[in-house]
Design a protein around this ligand. Sequence first.
Ligand code: ATP
Ligand code: MG
Length: 572
Amino acid sequence: MRLSRLLITTLREDPADAEIPSHKLLLRGGYIVKTASGLYTYSPLLWRTLKKIIEIVREEIDREGGQELLMPILHPKDLWVRSGRWDRYVADGILFTLQDQKGADFCLGPTHEEVITDFANTLITSYKDLPVNLYQIQDKFRDEIRPRFGLMRGREFIMMDAYSFDADEAGLDESYKAMDRAYRRVFERCGLAFRSVQADAGAIGGSGSEEFMVIADAGEDAILYCEESGYAANVEKAGSIAPEAPPCGTPQAMEKHATPDVRTVEQLIAFFDLPAGAMAKTVLFEVTWAEEQGVVAVLMRGDLEINEVKLTNALDCLGLALASDETIQRVTGAEVGFAGPLGLPDDVRLLADVTLKERTNLLTGCNETGFHCLNVNLGRDTRAPEFHDLRLARAGELAPDRAGPLKEARGIEVGHIFKLGTKYSSTMGANFMADNGKPAPFVMGCYGIGVSRTAQSAVEQNHDDKGIIWPAAIAPFACSVVVVDVKKPEQLELGTQIWETLRAAGIDACLDDRPGRPGPKFKDFELLGFPYGIYVGRGAAERQVEFVVRQGMTKADLSVDEAVAKVKAALG
Ligand code: ATP
Ligand code: MG
């Protein structure tokens, strides 16, 4: 491609509304243009990168036996009602819904479990047809509450979504492992530093779920990992060995103490001169289930934090939020800061973290303004709580396998693999004829790769203060032959020759034959981020050029043959 014929517009200044480096750089490089909130037009240059990612995804999933198909983007409501997801997705506000001219309801697909399950039910009839893994690469639509960071969280974005169908769990295990292999190769080939981490499988449970995280400070997810054992999990899911708690002794008689204006854990431990681990804090949540709403009290050791995702799973609820001050006052009859497990109204469920199971003589609130209690013993002085693992794992704590301490990193979720089991097939009545002659529901897995998010993640991970440094496999062009001054015929001629030589060697090279001063062309090379460059300037008459490596912007004066050999060696 001659860059003189390609639409390239670069900006020198950082755009005002972009926060993270990759978003700024994609805008500055003219790679994306915002069409509306969460909606972007990919420029011809970025589309080249996206097509390369798509091709890598396609090759690797095909290699594991995946079959590509294409489903409609527009989904009839009826399918989503059959899976039971319509109301929930509408309530969450994530679904783009619309009506046809007859008034029938539709949505724009945020994911395709319903459509594929219905498809499989129609075409896959016997265990002899299994296993099958079907995938597509297509735009998805989600009305995200906070679309942000450019392509990272769009409202329309490109996803590869795959769905596996097996006769039994053992088959699902194999399909899942195959996708795990494919994903690793995809992200390796894309040149990304990533980690696969255990992920929360939600209320569905399910026997396996892993997220593929590109490690980057701008990542929205926190992950915890152990270098010694390789254990790695999304913080939402992560476990750890709880830090030691202070000794607590045999149960003593409960004592009520006046604690005027002493409300927080810090204030309480100072007031009573006790370690935080000797206390149980009581946190109230307002919880929404499909059919009802309610308030739940959660007890957590004073030195530990609550993991709201684990709490959501334990309650099997649709959502929860910290209770408002009014709710706390209404439920406890006391001001904020004095809530406790004693004498809570009957309709307030009492949950406690498992670390409190063996604890005696706790310091807690007692639902009376200005008072706290010492020597509270759960089940004796309070209702027996429901014990669950509700604790947030933290960096520094020992990994669950005790191999070493947990470390923290930020990650961008670029892919997700998930064992669904029979959740959709049984609710939607999608069956095949099993080898015993009886109908059985498909055992399913689902898998997603955020293609557009992956492109931006590559930039987030590979840039410097001058611009983007694309990994070669997904760069819009792997090498740019920059003609420093196109008005000089010998430069243009030699540049064109080199470009043709590279292309003949199968290298995706472009020719920067744009008119104009050299300075801005060099700046563009740095900003646009093609991994290799050959600058053809004053030395053209002697067939001398400059070979440039974008990573580090190292430059070497070489003969044409040497420079071409370098590029071939680097990209071969
Ligand atoms: P997130 O937790 O980031 O909202 P998700 O877990 O809801 O994502 P999945 O349903 O697992 O997303 O979708 C599969 C993949 O699609 C994700 O791993 C991610 O790479 C990508 N993806 C999801 N939502 C978006 C979005 N709004 N914009 C761009 N890519 C997205
Ligand atoms: Mg996900």
